[in-house]
Design a protein around this ligand. Structure first.
Ligand code: GLN
Length: 245
């Protein structure tokens, strides 16, 4: 009897190591891997030292710090991020990724951490638009696989070119090969700040929210990320109220 229970104990201890949760795996590894597409300022872009910096990177760092590990950032084409997450190339996607029903079928999304929407960027002095449908018959560039791509794809008669990176789509606009780019509002503002020849040529055309994407099955990491997001969103004063009352 004793032998049997010793055996069972050993099996249990062993399986604890063999099937340790995702958080234990990350802690043992010593770093959290974040997948992103670094052509999306101010959420992620390369600085002059060739490091990826931005709002999402800071969120990634906060999650890593809470886990007691460092953060590694992997730069990927946007439309390759979800397949790479599924293939365990990273633990988490932080890429200004909009929470959509389609994406929810294949990944887990954290609670929303930023409200966003699409706008149309044009060369300064080109027409202004009030609705995405007005892009019919226009030459337009988007970043492949984005919600801007999905939105533009639905416009009948649009002449659409899809690029792996926003930098290429905006270059195409500057070179007059297209007349508009559909892109997230905050990122549009960031690019327009650096390009005096471009401007935002529409109001915000959609209501979207960004979430961190995590592989299905890693609910433990999802809960942890939601906890960190909650702490980040709560002001120190609110945290004090919550702690004492
Ligand atoms: N928010 C957009 C999307 O999720 C674009 C994100 C991005 O290009 N990084 O599709």
């Amino acid at each position: 009897m004793k032998r049997v229970s010793l055996f069972i104990t050993l099996v249990l201890v062993f399986s604890l190591f063999a099937f340790g949760g995702i958080l234990d795996t990350i802690k043992a590894r010593g770093y959290l891997v974040m997948g992103t597409n670094a052509t999306f300022p101010p959420f992620e872009s390369f600085n002059t030292q060739n490091e990826v910096v931005g709002f999402d990177v800071d969120i990634g760092k906060a999650i890593a710090a809470k886990l007691g590990v460092t953060l590694r950032v992997v730069d990927f084409a946007f439309d390759g991020l979800i397949p790479a997450l599924q293939a365990d190339k990273f633990d988490i996607i932080l890429a200004g990724m909009t929470i959509t029903e389609e994406r929810k079928k294949v990944v887990l999304f954290s609670d929303p951490y930023f409200d966003a929407g699409q706008v149309i960027v044009v060369r300064k002095g080109y027409k202004h638009f009030t609705d995405v449908a007005e892009l019919a018959n226009e030459k337009v560039a988007v970043q492949m696989g984005t919600t801007g791509d999905l939105m533009a794809t639905e416009v009948a008669g649009i002449v659409l070119t899809r690029f792996p990176h926003f930098t290429e789509a905006l270059m195409e606009l500057a070179l007059r090969r297209v007349n508009a780019v559909v892109i997230d509002s905050s990122t549009a503002d960031a690019y327009v700040d650096f390009n005096p020849n471009l401007e935002v040529g529409s109001p915000v055309l959609s209501a979207e929210s960004y979430g961190a994407a995590i592989k299905k099955g890693n609910e433990e990491l999802l809960d942890f990320v939601n906890q960190v997001l909650k702490e980040l969103k709560t002001s120190p004063y609110e945290a004090m109220l919550e702690a004492w009352f």
